[in-house]
Design a protein. Structure first.
Ligand code: GUN
Ligand code: FE
Length: 476
């Protein structure tokens, strides 16, 4: 819950009510629970008259290789680009968009409605399922410019039980790839249609899926469109997501397209698109003014290290953003700039990219290396803050929702060999437990994968249970 500091809740009993809200938490209950059992202890502590049969218990109190972690929040993922995973290595952004990305996204705008819906059904159901399997309980998706299939993505998130922000991509000025764009009026009309659909589909008791205003990035948006989207986000209090400062050629392009704006970041600010619920993907090459502006506006930078390496965009100095500028930073897979839909993979890449940055910037005063604690924060609380859900998800606390993954280092298909070597730390003291679980977390981060994420809950509802679903769900 705190940047740079792991919090390990030892032998903690957590009660979750029917609405998926955590309504009880108590630490260090191991002995009492062993004596009288979880249910009796829970009843005794809460003084509630609950029927035993209405309570489900997940007990890992005697399991030294399992732990719960808040669900991952992927704050930047293009659901529509899932079929392109692994394709386009080293192709710089603007060429990559034209060669790989716009042609794929155009498949979602086919005139034949049935064909495009069938394609979208296949792609979107797979990406929602796969991200859940990887422990992503909340995702902020870019879909495409197409309204029909973007509505379908929102329906599929809701059906699968994933918390999601779904953005119809807005772009009305794609001069380099004119086959993939809409005119201003069509764009506005179809976005309104999508947003009102999304607002209508949630059941009254729980809002799981929300719309998000999604100007793709400044180079493909007219001033009129940016202006409209900025006032819409203000009026309807909607979150915003876009791309910022990913590639040096892109930055030059923005400079020529918007000469009246001070810098790339201020293009968005000038159109009221920098809010405290704005997610700025990449944001690699920022100057001091831009960092200060983002900090002042309370916007979030979605760090996408896998993509930044894969399409050679650069190494983002996120440690500096976090600690020098106090900017909130979250993580994004950026599928398919990033080649895996997994935030655990993104955690690894963020740490390794920061090591590389350190190796060739040693003369600079700011040490850019990220710790595991920094990145787990970005993957959970940083993400929650980015999407405006810092009081709802991202950590374990009474009043928050149970959006959680169960990690088992010894899951049946685990790729991790266990040696028991770390058990020597467990000598009964609190420090030993912290040391032990810190090591466990590190082992999982660097050597684990989605096979170790065995159960996932969103809003208190179990949405993945690998013990029940068997093979076929695992090993990305
Ligand atoms: N900038 C504009 N569009 C995109 C996109 O689809 N992916 C990435 N990585 N950057 C972009
Ligand atoms: Fe992206």
């Amino acid at each position: 819950p705190t940047l740079g500091k792991l919090e390990i809740l030892k032998y903690t009993l957590v009660g979750v009510d029917k609405s998926g809200t955590i309504d009880f938490m108590k630490q260090d209950v191991h002995n009492e629970v062993q004596d009288i059992g979880v249910l009796s202890f829970y009843k005794q502590e809460t003084k509630r008259t609950v029927s035993t049969s209405s309570i489900k218990v997940v007990d890992i109190s005697n399991e030294q290789l399992k732990f719960f972690l808040p669900g991952f929040i992927d704050t930047h993922i293009h659901a529509s680009q899932y079929p392109n995973l692994g394709v386009g290595l080293g192709c710089p952004l603007l060429e990559w968009l034209n060669e790989y990305t716009f042609p794929l996204e155009s498949s979602f705008t086919e005139n034949n409605r049935e064909e495009k819906l069938a394609f979208a059904q296949d792609v979107y159901s797979k990406v929602v399922k796969k991200t859940l399997v990887c422990g992503t309980t909340c995702a902020s998706y870019f879909a495409t410019i197409d309204a029909d299939t973007t509505r379908l993505l929102a329906d599929l998130c809701l059906e699968a039980g994933q918390r999601a922000f779904v953005g119809k991509v807005c772009m009305d000025d794609n001069s380099v790839y004119p086959e993939y764009q809409e005119d201003y009026d069509t764009c506005v009309k179809s976005m309104e249609e999508v947003n009102s659909h999304i607002e209508s589909i949630n059941p009254k008791s729980e809002v799981l899926v929300k719309p998000i205003v999604t100007p793709r990035f400044a180079p493909v948006c007219s001033r009129k469109l940016l202006s409209y989207l900025g006032s819409l986000a203000d009026e309807k209090n909607l979150p915003v997501q876009t791309h910022l400062s990913e590639n040096t050629k892109e930055i030059e392009l923005v400079r020529t397209l918007f000469p009246e704006c001070k810098n790339y970041t201020s293009v968005y600010d000038d159109y009221h698109l920098l809010k405290d619920t704005t997610i700025l993907a990449h944001s690699i090459h920022l100057d001091n003014d831009e960092c200060n502006l983002i900090q002042k506006k309370g916007s979030t930078i979605a760090h996408c290290p896998m993509s930044n390496s894969f399409i050679s965009s650069g190494e983002s100095p996120v440690k500096k953003y976090l600690y020098k500028y106090n900017i909130n930073v979250s993580l994004g897979t950026d599928v398919s700039g990033g080649f895996k839909p997994s935030i655990l993979e993104t955690v690894k890449h963020s740490i390794l990219a920061s090591q590389h940055l350190h190796m060739h910037t040693k003369h600079e005063s700011f040490d850019p290396r990220l710790t595991v604690a920094d990145t787990i924060y970005m993957a959970t609380m940083g993400g929650a803050t980015g999407v405006g859900l810092q009081n709802v998800v991202g950590s374990f606390a009474v009043g928050k929702k149970w959006d959680t993954q169960l990690i088992e280092l010894d899951s049946s298909d685990s790729n991790i060999d266990i040696f028991g070597w770390n058990d020597r730390f467990l000598d009964g003291t609190k420090e030993s437990v912290i040391k032990y679980y810190t090591n466990l977390l590190n082992i999982w981060v660097f050597t684990g994968d989605d096979r170790n994420c065995t159960k996932v809950w969103c809003n208190g509802r179990k949405v993945i249970d690998k013990s029940k679903q068997g093979a076929g769900m695992t090993a990305i």
